[in-house]
Design a protein around this ligand. Structure first.
Ligand code: BES
Ligand code: ZN
Length: 619
């Protein structure tokens, strides 16, 4: 406010006396948090803009090209980048070739790339090539796509994989704008987390522009035989031809979601909100790449039942992309806020009942996850300490579900009106900047709690294990109905057919299946599948939870083992496949797990491979 007054005064004086703004004497030194997952030294020299000029070579499965950075130099004699498994061929500073230095190779972090600069250096260019160890990239053969005709390439940057396809200062707190030129085979379309083409070019050359500063983990590229279909002037979908109509139907409410989100927390900052539906080996449900969310085809259910995923990735346009976790220890600031916001969007579109079902599923996940971590309670803190670890291993669902519960509890304590005003102002004040847990707590105390004279155990929520006693109770009447049916079925008051006749939505079915008790009367589980045919469920979420229960109940009827194997062979979504492999392992079927995994492994992205290798003790 004071700043605003001063500026106004200055402008007024200027108007009266036609003065010029005095030149800044020294460059303003930004403050950066310590990020143990990056070698960059942004306090010395930092990249502000990237010009990326690359060529995608599908034959060799590599990317070659040059990353040219516009830099700011504060005191440094060198600028330090992160690289992992890249071949660095040449570095220039303002056009002159210089000698670069590569540091020791760390299995998780990769290497530092240090380039000498002078005080007045402006531009640093790095010519490089990716290798077959490039973890961010997944080159797919035509067989792995929907249309089976052309190859496909996708990238995944979060958490620290961007450095495996671009030499970069790979810390989430280092924001930069970028332009890119990308050369691909002329049969294919290239799209990025940037302003995108809607049609193929004649020569396979594409240019991109991301004019807002973003974190390195949000730079993304997809290349394939893709088409675009608009939903509204600012929303639309990309998919392979055979999928585009289904995808367009599934995500028809996207514009409504953006509208709902804007009325909650302010204007959408990225102009366009598109989604690309990728081949099934994409390792995540969704990834919030700005302007272009990446999504798994496993959410194309045909009945719009799994679209909360889109609400989630959209919500990241505020929590994550606009206000970004400063380091991976603060990951809950991205995901916890996003789940809270996701529930609010879903509530706005489909009502409280629906949102409460989603929240109840998350609540059960949270209890399960806390049980999983009973010997590692610090993993259930919101603020993490991932030093020396691969952030990708340390980031678990606590950030999502406990983060959500924290914000929901806060909302119930202060009331929705105050909560919403606070959040809107939070996003507005910190737009295009990064946030540490500590800075957030200071802001929360000052702007919400002290102002309203409210006592809240913030530190317990953030820095302690488990679920604090004041946690909101999440209740769903629709799930209560399911619980009643479950109990009637379990005690044989009703039959399996009675169960399948229920007019339930997907979330209710999931709730039912997940809560089938371990011990059942003989034959009950078999009869359930005879009546409901869950083993052949087309909904991927239902299939996944059913496979897990089939394993737990040592059930092998209705061809379920084959169905499960086919699922694991095509789907690479880490959460789904790890749930199934984990269940096999837990139920003494490690050999089965290994046999299937050996065949499926080549279809998976490196992040899924890393998780499952570790789980099954491979390599
Ligand atoms: N940003 C995450 C995906 C992610 C997290 C990638 C950590 C790498 C490291 C994304 O927004 C996400 O949370 N996806 C979820 C879906 C969501 C509905 C919970 C997923 O992939 O399952
Ligand atoms: Zn997320």
């Amino acid at each position: 406010m004071k700043l605003l007054k001063n500026t106004a005064l200055f402008l007024l004086i200027c108007l009266l006396s036609s003065c010029e703004q005095p030149e800044k004497e020294t460059k303003e030194m930004p403050t950066y948090a310590t990020d143990t997952h990056s070698y960059a030294k942004p306090n010395e020299a930092v990249a502000k803009h990237l010009q990326l000029d690359i060529d995608v070579n599908f034959d060799k499965k590599i990317i070659t090209g040059t990353a040219t950075y516009t830099i700011e130099n504060y005191a440094g004699t060198a600028i330090v980048f992160d690289v992992k498994n890249l071949k660095i061929q040449k570095a220039t500073v303002d056009g002159n070739e210089v000698q670069f230095t590569l540091g020791a190779n760390d299995a998780v972090l990769g290497q530092s790339l240090s380039i000498p600069i002078a005080t007045d250096s402006k531009e640093v260019a790095i010519t490089y090539e990716t290798t077959d160890k490039t973890e961010a990239l997944q080159f797919l053969n035509p067989q792995q796509t929907a249309d089976k005709e052309f190859p496909f390439l996708l990238t995944q940057g979060q958490a620290i994989l961007t450095r495996t396809w671009i030499p970069i200062q790979d810390s989430p707190q280092i924001r930069l704008t970028y332009n890119a030129t990308v050369q691909v085979p002329k049969e294919l379309l290239a799209i990025m987390s940037a302003e995108n083409p809607k049609e193929k070019s004649e020569n396979g050359q594409y240019s991109f522009k991301m004019k807002q500063p973003i974190s390195p983990y949000l730079i993304a590229l997809a290349v394939g035989d893709l088409v675009y279909k608009e939903i509204s002037p600012r929303t639309g979908v990309y998919a392979e031809k055979s999928m585009i109509e289904k995808v367009h139907y599934e995500f028809a409410d996207m514009e409504k979601m953006v509208n709902a989100a804007e009325s909650l927390y302010g204007t959408y900052a990225w102009d366009q909100f598109d989604v690309v539906v990728l081949p099934p080996s994409f390792p995540f449900g969704g990834m919030e790449n700005p302007r272009l969310t990446f999504a798994t085809p496993t959410v194309i259910a045909g009945d719009r039942s799994l679209t909360s995923l889109i609400a989630h990735e959209l919500a990241h346009s505020w929590s994550g992309n606009l206000v970004t976790n400063a380091t991976w220890n603060d990951f809950w600031l991205n995901e916890g806020f996003t789940v809270y916001f996701e529930m609010r969007i879903m509530e706005a579109l489909y009502g409280k009942e629906y949102a409460n079902m989603l929240a109840s599923i998350g609540r059960q996940d949270l209890s399960d996850e806390i049980k999983n971590f009973r010997n590692q309670p610090e993993a259930t803190h919101l603020k993490l300490d991932l030093k020396g670890k691969n952030p990708d291993d340390g980031m678990n669902s606590i950030a999502y579900d406990k983060g959500y519960l924290f914000l929901r509890t806060l909302e119930e304590t202060v009331g929705r009106a105050k909560m919403d005003a606070f959040l809107k102002e939070y996003f507005n004040t910190h737009a295009f900047s990064t946030m540490t847990t500590e800075k957030f707590i200071t802001y929360l105390n000052a702007e919400l709690l002290q102002k309203n004279n409210i006592d809240f155990n913030v530190d317990t929520w953030v820095y302690k294990a488990g679920i604090p006693g004041n946690a909101a109770k999440i209740k769903s009447d629709k799930f209560k109905e399911v619980d009643n049916v479950l109990s009637d079925w379990q005690y044989k008051t009703i039959t399996a057919s009675n169960v399948c006749e229920q007019d339930w939505n997907i979330q209710q079915k999931i709730h039912f299946i997940r809560n089938i008790p371990e011990k059942l009367y003989d034959g009950l589980f078999e009869k359930l599948d005879e009546a409901c045919d869950f083993s052949n469920a087309s909904n991927s979420y239902i299939a996944m939870v059913w496979f897990e229960q089939a394993i737990n109940h040592d059930y092998h009827g209705n061809n379920v083992d084959q169905r499960m194997e086919d699922f694991l062979m095509t789907v690479g979504r880490r959460w789904y496949v790890s749930t199934i492999y984990k269940a096999l392992k837990r139920n003494n079927r490690l050999e089965d797990a290994k046999r299937i995994y050996e065949k499926a492994r080549p279809n998976y992205h490196s992040v899924t491979v890393n998780t499952i290798d570790e789980m099954l003790g491979i390599n």
